[in-house]
Every structure is written in C-alpha cells, then in structure tokens.
Design a protein around this ligand. Structure first.
Ligand code: LFR
Length: 458
C-alpha cells in the first residue's frame, strides 16, 4: 500500500476516485474510477441521484485497493436530511433547482454574520424553502453532501468546516454555527451537527480511516494552487470559476458586500476571499445540447474567430439554470439565431475571461492587496484559449495547472494528517510545484478589454 491515499472528488457533472502515491518527494496520481453525475427531475424538482453517486464512490474505493486514508470532497451548499433512525429523507435537491427563487430577497442581509456573497442557492435559503415541508419537520440532522457520504461509509456524523462555511449559517468570525442567526431565521439548531476540521479522523470504512479534508471542492483546490509566496490570485475553473485571493482575515466592508464577494473558510484557518463567476457551465450546457461535439475542433474554430466581437455579462443570473443555453446566449449577446457554434463558444470564452478580469481586479481593490500572477487550476487549465484570453484580459501572467487540483488538495491534507507530508500550505504547494505540470501564459496587452468591459457595463 506504501503511502497511498484515495481522494473522492464529486463534481457537478462527474465524480472520480483518485489514488495518490507519495514517495520520496514525488506524487503520482492515478484516476482509478470515473462515473457520471446525472441529476434527475422528479415532480418538478431537480435532485441529485445520491445513491448512484454513493455506488460510484464504493466502486471507486474497491478499484483503489489498499490505501492509508480516504477523503471526500464535493460541490458546496447542498445537503441531505436524515431522520431519527439515520435514514435519508428524500433525495438531496440540486442547488440549481428553482425552489429558492425569490427567497434571498425576502431574508435580511446576513453578510455581517456569515460574510458570504448572496447566491440564491446558499444552504440557508434552501432551508428556508424547505422549512414548511414534512421532510424538514421529520429531520434529525442535516448532512452536507461529503458528510452524508462519509456517514454512509463510517456511521459518524459531523459538518466539515470549509463546506459548513458555505451554508450561510456559520459565523465568519468565530468559525462556529451562528446560533443567534439560526434562531432568528426560525431554523432548528439541533439539525446542525458538530463542526469538524480538515485533518480530523472521521471513522473507519472497512478498516481504512476516513479523514476530513477541505470537503468543499474549492477549499481543496486552493490548497493545491502551486503558488510561491502570497501575491497571487487564483481561479479554480470548472463548472464554476471561483476567482479570488487567499487571506488570513475576512473582508466585511460595505464595498465588499456590494461587490458580492464571499469569505469562505479555507484549510489552515485561511479565508477564501472570492466571487463565483459562471465558469464553464454555459459551455458545458451548450455541448450537452449539441450532443457532445468534438471539443478540441470546436475550440480551434473558436480561436480563429475575431476577439471580443460579442460579449455578455456572464454574472447575469439568466445563465444559472439548465436548458437552452445557446438560445439564451444568442439573445443576450445580440447574435443572430443562425450564429454558428464556434461564434457562440468564442462569445462564452471572451465573456468568461472578461468576468475573470473583473473579479481579479475587484478582489485586489477590496482586499487592498496587489498580485503579480494568476493561478488557474482545475479542468479549465486544459483550455488553452481560455488561459490565454484570461492572461490577456487580466494583463497578468497565468500559470495554468494542475488540472486535478481538487483531488491533489484532498490527498495532501490526508497525507499530512497521516504524517507523510509535513508543514503548512507553503510546503504543500512546493510539492505541487515540483511534481505537477504547470503551463505559463504571458499576457498580450490590449485596450480592447477595457472597451469590452464598458460594453457589458461592468
Ligand atoms: C464549485 C462549487 C462552488 C460553489 C458551487 C455550488 O464546484 O463548490 O465553490 O459555490 O460549486 O456548490
């Protein structure tokens, strides 16, 4: 088994189990299992197929063979409710479901408590939507997705801190549940399990320790940003682009609240000061609608289209739900109905680079810190056109990679808990720098990006 660990990493469209072997300063990665994550609409509500995901996890762990630890991360905010007997009450609802429409607008501003950007799907708004239901009345405990899977593997209950920090119910200053806010919102405090931290041992699955990691995928991804020093911005780019800075204290100013910047909890007591940018979701949705055409060919065709001819504000919530994405893009960008696919793809990537630029700039202004480089990690690091456009838009070098940052961050935190890796974030990042492929993109500076920013009005 040597020093092998298994990372379970669940994304919005697929899950994977990755085995990481640490040996004499090297880290070898092996994706042993991939499985689809296909949400299901039932009775008008969009659900996660949580049992299919659990099956994927168990199959992947079997493929992984003997390991010294197992860590689980997933997207944030979503949860399952369990009853007094520990049985799951209904399938977890997908954060892109419409049940939270209009709720955030009804609730008082809670930025001063939780420091979170207002996203319609934050757990707090989902719970307010669920509060009148029989399911909620019967709930004994709320378990966030990685905590629910860990519970099924080990029988142990808890709420991992980095993911709990995305609920809206955690006090950003004390890093504990905010009981006054929970009671003010009329929610039941007893459903919230005790907080546990990355590195804590959760329990055993068939004799193997299950270790708490940064169970929010973005928290794990930020651990594996291969930064040298502190003057960097990061973009964790997958279905979402999470764009921001790593800080040691939250920024709770009015300007930060108005810019909708979030203060999420990171590994080793850091603050992930960032904004959710729409990410590759619009592209993924178009590809799904178009029957999964050849992506490299499409990107090559998009690369030869004129730069910044059509841009949209990708922060517009109109792009949040699934379905008819190409239609919504054409309409918002003022593109003719017969605009070809490469034109639509170019519009998405130019617009995404523009949104990256805006968030990188705002983060620096709001936190009062300048950066000299942007690290782009996650699946988006494979997209050369997007990396180059992001460098051009930001006017900064982009260091792209690793693609598997989330799994690597998950593995590093486990390995450290087991004493296989030593030190803090700096040491873990040095290991990523030394062992993973990172590609540098130099910016081509042009005023066209300023004009485009004016055109989308931001
Ligand atoms: C990325 C991510 C984001 C979160 C979104 C919804 O996968 O975890 O950080 O805002 O998904 O949970």
């Amino acid at each position: 088994m040597s020093d092998a660990f298994a990372a379970v990493d669940l994304g919005a469209s697929s899950g994977r189990v990755v085995v990481g072997r640490f040996h004499q300063g090297e880290l070898e990665l092996d994706v042993v299992h991939r499985f689809a994550n296909e949400p299901v609409r039932v009775g008008g509500t969009l659900h996660w197929d949580i049992l299919a995901l659990y099956r994927g996890v168990v199959e992947g762990l079997r493929e992984a063979g003997p390991v010294r630890g197992i860590g689980i991360d997933s997207w944030a905010v979503d949860y399952g409710l369990i009853d007094d007997d520990g049985a799951l009450l209904g399938n977890p609802v997908h954060y892109r479901d419409a049940r939270t429409d209009g709720i955030a607008e009804r609730v008082r501003d809670i930025y001063d408590v939780c420091g979170l950007q207002t996203l319609p799907f934050n757990t707090v708004y989902q719970l307010i939507a669920a509060e009148p239901t029989a399911q909620y009345a019967a709930a004994h405990r709320l378990l966030l997705i990685p905590d629910l899977l860990a519970y099924w593997l080990t029988g142990e209950i808890g709420a991992e801190y980095t993911n709990a920090s995305t609920t809206g119910l955690l006090d950003v200053r004390t890093r504990e549940w905010s009981w006054p806010l929970i009671s003010e919102l009329g929610l039941r405090s007893t459903v919230l399990p005790p907080i546990r931290h990355p590195g804590d041992r959760i329990g055993l699955y068939e004799g193997t320790p299950v270790i708490a990691v940064g169970s929010h995928d973005t928290a794990s991804a930020v651990v594996a940003v291969p930064a040298d020093g502190s003057d960097f911005a990061y973009i964790s780019c997958g279905t979402w682009s999470l764009v921001g800075l790593e800080l040691d204290h939250p920024v709770l100013s009015d300007a930060s609240r108005a810019a909708n910047f979030t203060n999420e909890g990171g590994v080793d007591s850091t603050i992930r000061y960032l904004r959710n940018v729409m990410g590759l979701w619009p592209l993924q949705e178009c590809l799904r609608e178009w029957g999964s055409p050849d992506l490299p060919a499409l990107l090559a065709a998009a690369a030869s289209k004129p730069e910044l001819a059509h841009v949209v504000d990708l922060d517009d919530p109109v792009f949040l739900p699934p379905g008819d994405m190409a239609g919504r893009l054409r309409k918002t960008a003022g593109l003719p109905a017969d605009a070809d696919r490469p034109t639509v793809v170019r519009c998405i990537l130019d617009s995404l680079a523009l949104a990256h630029r805006r968030a990188v700039r705002q983060a620096q202004e709001l936190a009062g810190r300048q950066v000299s480089v942007v690290h782009l990690v996650g699946g988006g690091a494979r997209n050369e056109l997007l990396c180059q456009l992001t460098a051009d838009a930001c006017g900064l070098p982009v260091l792209a990679g690793p693609v598997e940052a989330t799994a690597i961050g998950n593995l590093l935190v486990q390995a450290r808990a087991a004493g296989v890796v030593e030190g803090g974030l700096d040491a873990m990042r040095a290991l990523v720098r030394e062992t993973q492929q990172i590609v540098r993109y130099e910016p081509v500076v042009s005023t066209a990006w300023d004009d485009a920013a004016t055109r989308v009005g931001r």
